[in-house]
Design a protein around this ligand. Structure first.
Ligand SMILES: [Mg+2]
Length: 201
């Protein structure tokens, strides 16, 4: 019987769409593609996720590495958290799961400063019964340790858990621990997927 639903945050509860966001600032699609590779897909960004570098320090490092992009990087770092807008239908699911007696958890690669930012803006985050945020724990998905941390911290029985993530690789690791999984892709009907596991929703 499923008792616990574990949610990823980025592109499950909050939108994280850098391409769309960057189009507000430039029409140059090649620049956008390159910028995403240089910044968001970088090893420095992974350090942010892992919580081993501060946002301020990361910005400095990017500017040092790409001085020609100094202005754009500065603009990006002033505004990027604004792209973290809630996905309303999934926030509704959180409320419904709580009303129906399920426990809900966060398991997310998320930068500490960004988590504080969304927490200040959105009361629904207090609905969660527990959370593991990579930036706070200094460990990231897909490392098995982060999944184990969640299980151990909240005494969860893996077979009673479903984990929802938009990244296939992150689900494979959960499966190793016998956690059931749902891939949240563009056309996923999350309610139906949950009902397929006999979740009352
Ligand atoms: Mg995600």
């Amino acid at each position: 019987m499923i008792r616990n639903i574990i949610f990823d945050l980025g592109n499950v509860i909050f939108n994280f769409k850098p391409e769309k966001f960057l189009r507000k600032f430039t029409k140059d699609e090649n620049y956008i593609k390159e910028y995403i590779l240089k910044v968001i897909r970088s090893s420095i960004w992974l350090k942010l996720d892992r919580g081993t570098i501060s946002i301020r320090k990361a910005e400095e490092e990017f500017i040092k590495e790409y001085p020609e992009d100094r202005e754009f990087i500065g603009m990006f770092f002033r505004h990027w958290m604004e792209m973290l807008t809630p996905i309303p239908e999934n926030v509704k699911i959180l409320h419904d799961l709580k009303s129906n007696g399920y426990r809900i958890y966060i398991l997310s690669n998320f930068i500490v400063e960004a988590f504080d930012f969304v927490k200040n803006q959105h009361d629904f985050l207090s609905l969660f019964d527990g959370k593991i945020i990579s930036g706070k724990e200094k460990v990231i998905k897909p490392e098995l340790e982060i999944y184990q941390k969640l299980i151990n911290k909240y005494n969860l029985v893996p077979e009673e858990c479903i984990f929802i993530d938009d990244v296939h690789e992150f689900l494979s690791q959960a499966k190793i621990l016998n956690i059931k999984t749902i891939l949240f892709a563009r056309n996923t009907d999350l309610r139906t997927e949950l009902r397929n596991f006999n979740v009352n929703i």
